[in-house]
Write a protein that binds this ligand. Structure first.
Ligand code: ARG
Length: 430
């Protein structure tokens, strides 16, 4: 099959005039593997592949080495690789935790958070290599295209953006056939009917049977989380410390570990084994489509739950009431690809100020799918046992409550009286 010829015959390639060098975000999956060769053939341009290590388990070091070989074998001019785990934690995940980021109340934005970091590296490598374009494997239906395109354009509006699956209307079947004909190894994962994206904040799974929201999620769609009914019969207790809103240490099984990347890694493992973190989500995409998404986010689920609990312990009522509105907008902007919108810095300023006090620990029990908070403490707690206690010796003066309630209820009592009068008037008229 002459896929390159077909594209040349059906797509107006004029807009790519002058594109000689392209940096391609390369995951090793079907789409991006096909693209290495296809972009070369269609545009006659050099292709540089870029892979980032986001701490996904599938990317053990040997695989990453293998990816370089594969990319070069398919005709890439060069392959670039960066370990971005620390940067992803400190620059993206830590902010998401501080902002309790959960799109539509449930999705920890794991894929969404990774995209602006990929865009940053695409632009940096393109500038360094003197490339005129960047390319990615997104379709025209999803959110990822929005996140890549907006972020790349915000960082360097001069770069062309090529998304062949979307822009050249590639079809999966023809990609598979063309890959086979051209000796492009189709990754084993392509035989599974799912589209997967993963980084240390979570694993996203869509397509195949998952497109039927009325069908249960089959077990083969899950890789990180043990189904709760198969999880151990003994609960696992963990203790998680936060420093200014960011996870700083984790204790489990008598060991204490530090460092965000280690904590997230360990919690993905421990919570995943205990069935925690499966999220079956009916989601509203940026492009207006509704879709059914399945996420496995064990670490994110535990950390976000603990963080929220600690906030309630140390923030004032007013802060606890107002901050969710900021958090919601923060999460929506990340989901919608607006990482570089100025509002993000402005929201971060508020969030950071609120997190000055969010230090302390939260203990949780992980058991057959549930993450239950057991206890918490903080030097900044606004809780005073001497005030709250019902036992003798409390410094809270109960008598003060009488006067307080009179003033506090004034409006409500007044409204009741007015309603009563209106009723009397009505009775007279009748
Ligand atoms: N719906 C999710 C999001 O928009 C997940 C996207 C997953 N991407 C993928 N290529 N499977 O963040």
């Amino acid at each position: 099959m002459d896929l390159a010829g077909k594209i040349k015959g059906s797509v107006d390639l004029g807009e790519y005039d002058g594109v000689n060098k392209v940096v391609l975000a390369y995951s090793g999956g079907l789409d991006t593997s096909v693209m290495v060769k296809l972009i070369k053939e269609v545009l006659g341009a050099e292709v540089i592949t870029l892979t980032l290590d986001f701490g996904r388990a599938e990317y053990a070091n040997s695989d990453l080495k293998g990816m370089e070989k594969k990319a070069l074998a398919m005709g890439a001019k060069a392959h670039k690789f960066f370990d971005v785990r620390e940067e992803f934690f400190s620059g993206y995940i830590a902010k998401a935790v501080k902002a309790n980021s959960l799109y539509q109340g449930e999705y920890p934005n794991s894929t969404a958070l990774g995209r602006p970091l990929i865009a940053k590296y695409l632009v940096a490598v393109a500038e360094h290599e003197g490339a005129d374009a960047v390319a990615h494997g997104s379709t025209g239906k999803g959110n990822d295209q929005v996140r890549f395109d907006v972020s790349v354009a915000a960082l360097n509006p001069g770069l062309k953006i090529i998304a062949p699956v979307r822009d050249w209307e590639l079809e999966r079947d023809e990609e598979i056939a063309w890959a086979a004909e051209n000796g492009i190894p189709v990754p084993a994962s392509s035989s599974k009917p799912y589209s997967v994206d993963a980084n240390m904040w979570g694993r996203s799974c869509e397509c195949g049977i998952l497109e039927k929201p009325f069908e249960e999620v089959p077990e083969d769609a899950l890789e990180w989380v043990t189904p709760p009914e198969k999880a151990p019969d003994e609960p696992m207790k963990v203790k998680l410390w936060f420093e200014k809103g960011v996870p700083s240490a984790l204790e489990f099984d008598g060991v204490k570990i530090t460092g965000g990347v280690n904590i997230v890694g360990a919690l993905n493992d421990i919570a995943g084994k205990n069935g925690v973190g499966i999220i079956d989500h009916m989601e509203d995409r940026v492009v207006g489509l509704k879709s059914r998404e399945v996420y496995e986010c064990p670490a994110a689920t535990v950390i976000l739950k603990a963080h929220k609990d600690l906030e309630k312990y140390v923030l004032t009522r007013e802060e606890n009431d107002f901050k969710p509105a900021v958090d919601k907008l923060w999460g929506e902007c990340v989901y919608r690809g607006l990482w570089h919108n100025p509002i993000m810095k402005e929201l971060d300023a508020f969030v950071d100020a609120s997190q000055e006090k969010v230090s302390g620990w939260v203990a949780l029990k992980l058991y057959k799918g549930a993450a239950q908070v057991l206890a918490r403490d903080s030097p900044n707690a606004l809780y005073d046992p001497n005030l709250a206690s019902y036992n003798a010796g409390s410094k809270f003066c109960q008598k003060d409550a009488q006067g307080f309630i009179k003033l506090y209820g004034l409006n409500t009592v007044m409204a009741g009286k007015v309603a009563e009068k209106a009723k009397e008037k009505a009775a007279v008229i009748v």
